[in-house]
Design a protein around this ligand. Structure first.
Ligand code: F0G
Length: 448
């Protein structure tokens, strides 16, 4: 529990000032124990297309030569040397358990809210219902702000401070803005978020506002908001923390490391994951591939990316065999988190999914809402609609006979259901009102 003393110190939120908060001692202990002196840096920032190396000490998102996105590459030998000196698995499971595999400076102050270490739920009821041997759900809605974004944001904000930035920004369908706002507050940075008007779930909006971000709604969709954020970053000196930022991906890849550790050093056979802007699916693949190359897990999963029917430009590519993305101009789905028509990371995700020998396909809103209810009623997992899309994809594949029921399957549930109370309420029966008497209660129960 955080002490009152801690609460009084909230003006300085850096990790050394929050030691009294027991949940946060562990990441701090990890950072301190590392030292890191004398170790070769295994990381470089490169263009995903032309492989040109870019300076990691400056803010950058796209290649200055060809305009494609940047990624962080890891030299295997140098990474092996780094991890040979420590026992990662002796540390508590969390994003920063994997500190040596995350590209932030050795002396950087890690800004953490205790993210990661989310449950890999063994879903026996669902497995039984679906006739599967086993089914696990990685419930990343259990992160500090209720979505997987926190994994990327702890790394991205740590990097923003390292770069000396004063303002951070993002476009968002909701979760990124909630997460960024929280971490920007922690870091003492100004935060500007652009969201599509009227299409952001209430909980997410409340979070961004409560954490003190400047929240701007634009008369347009997410894709237009992201375009504005990217174009304004230089002029307004704002560090962009959408998933086009390669450091975000480095935090998010830790979910795969965790899954492998939680499965006793092996990877799932198949991983179902929702796809919006395409950052998280690319991050998961990067995580599995790096962990496997370092000998820390056995095998690699097939990735099954899932998009909502009304916002499925990447699924269409797989369906038609097209090599270029055709944006969906008016994306629409009940899963507002993945209501994206022009995914910025499409190249990264298509490459990742193909390397895994997987594919991207669609589910309907009805299938998403059905899966959301099943997760809530059978497993106690309250996911927001996008966080149920992966399960909806699995159910659809099972019905089509497209997956072996004995496979070791993990579905990623990306965000918490409390984020979107409107959708949850609209799906559920209203509470019944009775007189305050036992007779009235008995009558009601006998009638149900
Ligand atoms: N699930 C949830 C709950 C999300 O919030 C998002 C993306 C995704 C899945 C898709 O991940 O974009 O990496 O493919 N939300 C972003 C946002 C776009 O602004 O919060 P992706």
């Amino acid at each position: 529990m955080c002490t009152t003393k801690h609460a009084r110190h909230r003006s300085n939120y850096q990790i050394d000032a929050i030691q009294e908060c027991e949940e946060l001692i562990l990441p701090l202990a990890i950072a301190d124990a590392l030292g890191g002196e004398g170790m070769a840096d295994p990381f470089e920032m490169r263009c995903i297309e032309c492989a040109r190396v870019h300076d990691m000490t400056r803010p950058a998102y796209v290649c200055s030569s060809c305009g494609n996105l940047l990624e962080i590459t890891m030299d295997r030998a140098a990474a092996l040397e780094r991890i040979s000196k420590i026992n990662m698995k002796a540390r508590p499971i969390s994003v920063w358990r994997y500190r040596e595999l995350i590209p932030v400076g050795n002396s950087s102050r890690i800004l953490s809210l205790g993210e990661g270490g989310t449950p890999l739920v063994d879903c026996r009821n669902l497995a039984g219902r679906l006739g599967m041997k086993s089914l696990r759900v990685k419930f990343d809605g259990m992160n500090p702000t209720g979505s997987f974004k926190d994994r990327g944001m702890t790394v991205g904000i740590t990097k923003a401070k390292e770069l000396g930035m004063k303002t951070v920004s993002c476009a968002s369908t909701g979760n990124t803005s909630a997460s960024l706002a929280a971490y920007a507050g922690l870091a003492g940075l100004k935060c500007v978020v652009l969201i599509p008007q009227g299409k952001v779930a209430l909980g997410k909006l409340a979070q961004a506002m409560m954490h003190g971000a400047t929240v701007v709604t634009i008369k347009g969709n997410f894709d237009q908001a992201l375009d504005m954020v990217m174009k304004s970053s230089g002029r307004l000196d704002m560090y962009v923390l959408n998933s086009v930022n390669p450091f975000r991906i480095e935090g998010q890849k830790t979910a795969s490391f965790e899954i492998c550790d939680q499965m006793g050093g092996r990877s799932p056979d198949v991983l179902y994951i929702p796809v919006g802007n395409g950052g998280n699916s690319a991050a998961y693949w990067k995580g599995f591939a790096e962990y496997e190359s370092l000998g820390l897990t056995k095998g690699l999963p097939v990735l099954r990316g899932i998009q909502a029917e009304g916002a499925a430009p990447i699924a269409r590519m797989f369906e038609t065999g097209a090599s270029e993305l055709s944006p969906v101009m008016k994306p629409d789905t009940v899963a507002t988190a993945i209501r994206i028509g022009n995914p910025a990371n499409w190249k990264k995700t298509v490459k990742a999914v193909k390397e895994s020998k997987g594919s991207v396909s669609t589910v309907s809103d009805k299938e998403i809402l059905g899966a959301q209810k099943d997760l809530a009623r059978l497993e106690g997992i309250f996911a927001e609609p996008a966080g149920a899309a992966a399960l909806a994809g699995l159910v659809k594949d099972l019905k089509a006979g497209a997956i072996d029921r004995n496979s070791n399957v993990v579905c990623v549930s990306t965000g918490h259901g409390l984020k979107d109370p409107d959708v949850a309420l609209s799906q559920s029966a209203r509470p019944r009102t009775i007189e305050a008497s036992l007779d009235a209660l008995q009558k009601l129960l006998e009638g149900t």
